[in-house]
Write a protein that binds this ligand. Structure first.
Ligand code: 3HC
Length: 703
């Protein structure tokens, strides 16, 4: 096996170099290499100091995440880090790139830290459902103030080198080359006769105020990280750092880590880590297909969507030509973009001059001809097939050869849209989510004739504008909205069966959804879905209760937050949602009229009905080939629909329940509820009856 650790001695300073592409993750080979190296250096009297550095784009980016699935092999983290810390001569970490997780923990076992000005130090373990497990919970509060340590570990937000210097996490920052700077630092230590400064021998910084701080953080985590294990375990581990000696504290950290690593929460978050990287690999697409160059983007429509997409592009320094039909629309659109940036400037997350630079990259125009220079044109007008077809015919006339034509439709048939052009191979769906400048997800819809390099370009664009791009095929609603349909249908049906809107939403929120679906409708506008259903009425079930609550609200003009009322009332300055007795009475009257039995579904039933319906639809999408992988569905839902990451996405969640449980649940609902909706997807049935899972099925498909 290739060695990933080597060393060379330069005039009394040993430089230990880690080289394990792509991100220097600390796997077993690296740990074994570090162990061998530090043992070898122990016996060499000419070595007066040691510098620990990495080659490649980054310092160690953490533990090898894959190892958590198989169990950590020997030598373990503690053994290796203790060897480094025990060195009799000073050890200086030379940090560039991103030192993450175990990467920061190695630097804490070193005696001194020198960082490149562009380096960042982060502890993202909570985002993987674990806690720093290589001594981080014990050493970090000894290196920096307890509050800073807790903040770094609870938020996962990395500290830039300058801030790390202020916090005392690093001893020196250099603008120049990192290894020579660290060697220089080590030489000075030797000249001064400074010995090792072991973190474990320091006292916790701020231990006197720990009680109050930890209690406050515990309360905050219980509220903001509902249903999670790792955040509270992290606070327990830090508490151990405050109250116990170092070795006892380390034991507490180890035992908490061992419990967390195999818990469903950590397995779910690891699943998403892999799934979010897997989405870029499209089965059947050769890895060497080159993306088309995108130097300028054209956008048609300067409304909320078009404006948000323009912001995404200029944030990534891609110039935009923004076209709309009227001067008034354009001005309104540009004013909204400026207002959004202004808010970031006021919050301090953007400098005023950056705002101006970004705005200057947007060229507004009333003329479609202005789009002739764009390499990619994204249509973002009202969701109406006739209108979109008209626009695509116009785009076909003005776009340069090879330009990609994207449509931001959320439901429509992209093959039909592509058919009005002479270049269907260049047409693709680019479904952004509102607000586009904030939401993580980009559904990339490959129509029947979309060329492979157009798909590759869209994936590349997603990465450039810092979105998670997931490829889907054409069907009504693609992956996300198609699965929302049965989920929402059950929520709407539950309010006709006697659950109040607040009961339905709170059941879903308690389970972990970011927002209950009825509150989501109010936020987005109840009319949006309603209008789509009116257009597709001929394709929908003939059931008079189907999405009836939404229809009734729209008939009354109670279309959600923008009208001040929808499923809820939004009164007062805060515009908080409050139950609306009139809506509750309206639903009860309608239930009587439609002769709907009042079952008063409880929270468990609401959760199961909504989620099983969603999972079943997901299984259909897999069979139809609309979604390429079960894990892609999980990425869509966690990145775009407020599905709790710690549950891994709907398909992973189904696997954790066991597909037999889901299948039998659906059969039970078939008996007690409307059987037309409760037909198990054939794939779900097959997997459930054979004791398989979506993950296993996916592994077999991609073999
Ligand atoms: N372990 C294993 N593989 C890793 C990895 C890790 N920690 N970090 C990245 N990789 C892999 C990715 O899976 C990807 O593989 P692929 O090419 O086969 O898909 C490859 O490295 C490149 O990664 P990215 O595509 O993410 O590269 P970017 O340049 O976009 O990002 C990064 C680089 C910022 C380092 C990003 O990869 C990242 O955030 N990695 C995870 C960091 C992390 O969470 N570290 C903490 C681990 S837990 C820990 O340390 C526990 C400790 O307390 C004991």
């Amino acid at each position: 096996m290739r060695e990933s650790v080597s060393y060379a001695i330069h005039d009394g300073i040993a430089v230990v170099t880690i080289d394990s592409p792509p991100v220097n993750a600390m796997d077993q080979t690296m740990r074994a290499g570090l162990k061998k190296t530090f043992i070898a250096l122990r016996g060499q009297s000419e070595v007066k100091a040691i510098v620990l550095a990495c080659v490649g784009k980054t310092f160690v980016a953490g533990a090898d995440i894959k190892e958590f699935d198989t169990g950590i092999a020997e030598p373990g983290y503690h053994e290796v880090l203790r060897l480094i810390e025990d060195s009799a001569v000073p050890v200086v970490a030379a940090v560039h790139g991103t030192a993450l997780g175990g990467g920061v923990e190695i630097t804490l076992a070193c005696h001194y830290r020198v960082a490149h000005a562009g380096a960042r130090f982060g502890l993202p373990e909570l985002s993987l459902g674990i806690i720093p497990g290589a001594g981080g919970t014990q050493r970090l509060p000894r290196a920096v103030a307890l509050e800073v340590a807790l903040d770094m570990m609870l938020t996962g937000k990395p500290l830039a080198a300058g801030k790390a210097l202020e916090a005392g996490l690093v001893d020196a920052v250099t603008e120049g080359e990192i290894v020579p700077a660290a060697i220089g630092f080590a030489r000075e230590l030797v000249q001064k006769g400074a010995g090792p400064r072991r973190t474990r021998e320091q006292a916790v910084k701020g231990a006197a105020q720990a009680g109050e701080l930890l209690t406050a953080k515990r309360a905050q985590m219980a509220k903001t990280m509902r249903n999670r294990l790792a955040p509270l375990a992290l606070i327990d581990a830090v508490q151990a750092a405050v109250t116990l000696d170092f070795d006892q504290g380390l034991q507490v950290e180890s035992s908490l880590s061992a419990q967390l690593e195999q818990a469903t929460e950590a397995r779910a978050l690891r699943h998403l880590f892999y799934a979010e990287r897997e989405v870029r690999k499209i089965p059947g697409l050769a890895r060497d297909i080159a993306p088309r160059a995108v130097a300028r983007v054209g956008i048609v429509g300067s409304g909320t969507m078009g404006g948000g997409i323009a912001m995404c592009c200029v944030n990534a320094a891609i110039p935009v030509t923004l076209v709309d039909a009227t001067q008034q629309n354009l001005e309104r659109g540009l004013a909204t973009i400026r207002k959004n940036y202004q808010r970031s400037v006021e919050r301090g997350s953007l400098k005023a001059e950056q705002m101006e630079q970004r705005l200057a990259l947007i060229t507004p125009s009333l003329d479609f001809g202005a789009l002739a220079q764009a390499d990619l044109i994204i249509e973002a007008v009202f969701e109406n097939l006739t209108l979109k077809k008209e626009i695509f015919a116009k785009l076909d006339a003005v776009a340069k050869p090879g330009a990609i034509l994207g449509t931001n439709t959320s439901t429509l048939d992209i093959d039909e849209i592509a058919a009005v052009t002479r270049r269907p191979q260049d047409v693709i769906g680019l479904h952004f989510f509102s607000p586009a400048n904030v939401m993580q997800l980009l559904e990339i819809v490959q129509a029947g004739r979309t060329a492979p390099d157009v798909v590759v370009t869209a994936l590349e664009l997603a990465k450039r504008i810092k979105k998670t791009g997931v490829v889907a095929k054409v069907c009504y609603g693609f992956i996300g909205n198609r699965m929302m349909d049965p989920y929402g249908r059950e929520a709407e049906r539950c309010v006709l069966e006697g659950a109040t809107p607040a009961e339905v939403d709170s059941a879903l929120e308690q389970w972990g959804m970011a927002m209950g679906i009825l509150a989501v409708y109010d936020m987005a506008g109840v009319d949006i879905g309603h209008l789509t259903r009116l257009e597709r009425a001929h394709l929908l079930p003939k059931d008079p209760s189907f999405y009836r609550p939404s229809a009734m609200l729209c008939e009354r003009g109670w279309i959600g937050q923008k009208a001040g009322r929808g499923y809820y009332r939004y009164d007062g300055a805060e515009r908080n949602r409050t139950p609306d007795p009139e809506v509750i009475a309206m639903l009860a009257d309608e239930a009587r009229r439609l002769d709907i039995p009042q079952r008063h579904p409880d929270a468990t039933e609401i959760q199961q009905r909504c989620l099983y319906a969603m999972i079943n639809e997901g299984a259909l999408l897999l069979e139809e080939g609309i979604a390429l992988r079960a894990s892609d569905i999980d990425v869509v839902y966690t990145a775009g629909y407020g599905f709790p990451r710690y549950r891994g996405g709907p398909m992973f969640y189904a696997d954790t329940l066991g597909l037999k449980t889901v299948y039998e649940g659906i059969l039970a609902f078939q008996k007690t509820l409307d059987p037309q909706y409760w037909q198990p997807a054939p794939l779900l049935k097959k997997l459930a009856l054979s004791g398989s899972s979506f993950a296993q099925w996916q592994a077999e498909q991609t073999k």
